[in-house]
Write a protein that binds this ligand. Structure first.
Ligand code: 5GP
Length: 177
């Protein structure tokens, strides 16, 4: 990260680790006796996903989907585009969508509608971050890591114009002068 001003820490690595452990324990309990299909929504959730699934004590299958809504902007365009679809059918499976952040909720609404049509036995949502004040549609997030205000955050998988995904914490980019 040489030559860049590092984002200010909002949620430190230790807090993220602890929260992921709690979420994984809750999921393991809720789905005991079942097999689980977990869907990683690329790109932003890849780090959260990798850390979360390694703490879940259940037989799981991992799937990957790509959606894009923002381009390089920091405000939702409201348009959602699928950039990668998964390879396996979801029919009759217990599915959790693992997302990095729910802002307006439009991406999640699109995903839920798309995946419900594939007739899973159950469908739940886990998001590392949620911005309740920004929600524009009625999506219920079953497992929430942290609630935020309206600030734009980076790190731990989240980017700003392609940068900062590898930061081990969640931070805020200070105004660039
Ligand atoms: P929504 O459709 O809920 O408005 O937006 C979802 C997507 O917007 C997320 O998957 C993420 O890619 C992007 N997004 C929303 N808020 C933030 C933020 O604070 N930081 C970053 N890096 N991306 C965000």
């Amino acid at each position: 990260m040489t030559g860049l001003t590092l984002p200010r820490v909002l949620i430190p690595e230790s807090k993220i680790k602890q929260r992921i452990q709690d979420l994984a324990t809750e999921i393991t309990f809720d789905y005991r006796g079942k097999e689980l299909t977990v869907i990683c929504v690329l790109k932003g959730s890849f780090i959260f996903f990798a850390d979360l699934i390694r703490q879940i004590d259940l037989p799981i299958s991992c799937e990957f989907m790509g959606v894009s809504s923002y381009g390089n902007k920091t405000a939702s365009s409201g348009e959602v585009k699928m950039t990668l679809d998964m390879t396996e059918p979801l029919n009759g499976k217990h599915v959790i969508i693992v997302e990095d952040i729910v802002d307006t909720g439009l991406t999640m609404q699109y995903l839920v509608n798309n995946l419900k049509a594939r007739k899973p036995a159950s469908l739940k949502i886990c998001s590392m971050l949620v911005k309740p004040e920004s929600l524009k549609c009625d999506v219920e997030i079953d497992y929430v890591g942290f609630k935020l205000g309206k600030e734009f955050v980076v790190g731990y998988g989240l980017d700003h114009a392609g940068r900062f995904r590898q930061l081990p914490y969640i931070g805020i980019v200070e105004n660039e002068h």
